[in-house]
Design a protein. Structure first.
Length: 218
């Protein structure tokens, strides 16, 4: 049985950029462009009409920006909300950190290679985080500088093994890499990760990285 393609929607005020993205994404058999919008004010309507798995969101738009639109999608759809991948022109755009706090699962620069963009969409859809490599350290250092605090009772609920796996994941290690380092199966690592996210009440690995920086664990 053939798996259903990942449904992708785009919100960007540049029509030519959206058209280019649509051509690149539409060339892939496992990806399907289901809708487009020119401003964040149309985010809820677009998601309602097209039921995307992933939304590519421009961080800066003239009326409703990507940060506000990302937060609105999360608040409106809750657990049914699609994953949001923020696109930005600037390497260290401060608004990107705000977008991640608002619920985005990662971000990419607009000049990323097409293959990297396609890989990022697939990664986001599968539950991984995607953060432009050149900006990762500076981005998350901001969280530590602004909000560093002692972990609360939720952290105390983690077992020692769960804490080890959490820190490895927060440092960017994949499940396979963690499994090798911890002498575990990938399935066991995945189970531990699910428990970590549930105990800390986090949505995905991006929020996990933010949590670790906020609490001085990295």
């Amino acid at each position: 049985m053939t798996e259903k393609p990942t449904r992708v929607a785009m919100i960007d005020d540049q029509a030519l950029f959206r058209s280019g993205l649509a051509l690149v994404i539409g060339s892939q058999p496992d990806l399907l462009v289901v809708g487009q919008a020119a401003d964040g004010s149309d985010a809820v309507d677009l998601v309602t009409r097209t039921s995307p798995d992933v939304v590519l969101m421009d961080v800066r738009m003239p009326h409703v920006d990507g940060v506000t639109a990302t937060r609105t999608i999360g608040e409106h759809f809750g657990e049914r909300a699609p994953k949001v991948l923020v696109l930005t022109t600037f390497d260290l755009d401060a608004a990107v950190a705000d977008a991640i706090e608002a619920g985005a699962s990662g971000f990419l620069l607009k000049d990323a290679e097409p293959e990297f963009l396609l890989g990022a969409i697939r990664a986001i859809a599968s539950g991984s985080q995607v953060v432009a490599a050149t900006a990762t350290k500076s981005l998350f250092e901001r969280f530590r500088a602004e909000q560093s605090r002692t972990p609360g009772k939720e952290y105390d609920r983690l077992t020692e093994r769960e804490r080890e796996i959490m820190l490895r994941a927060a440092k960017g290690m994949s499940n396979a890499e963690i499994a090798s380092a911890e002498y575990l199966s990938e399935a066991t690592v995945k189970t531990h990760m699910s428990r970590v996210l549930a105990k800390l009440q986090l949505r995905d690995r991006v929020q996990l990285v933010v949590y670790c920086y906020e609490h001085g664990l990295l």
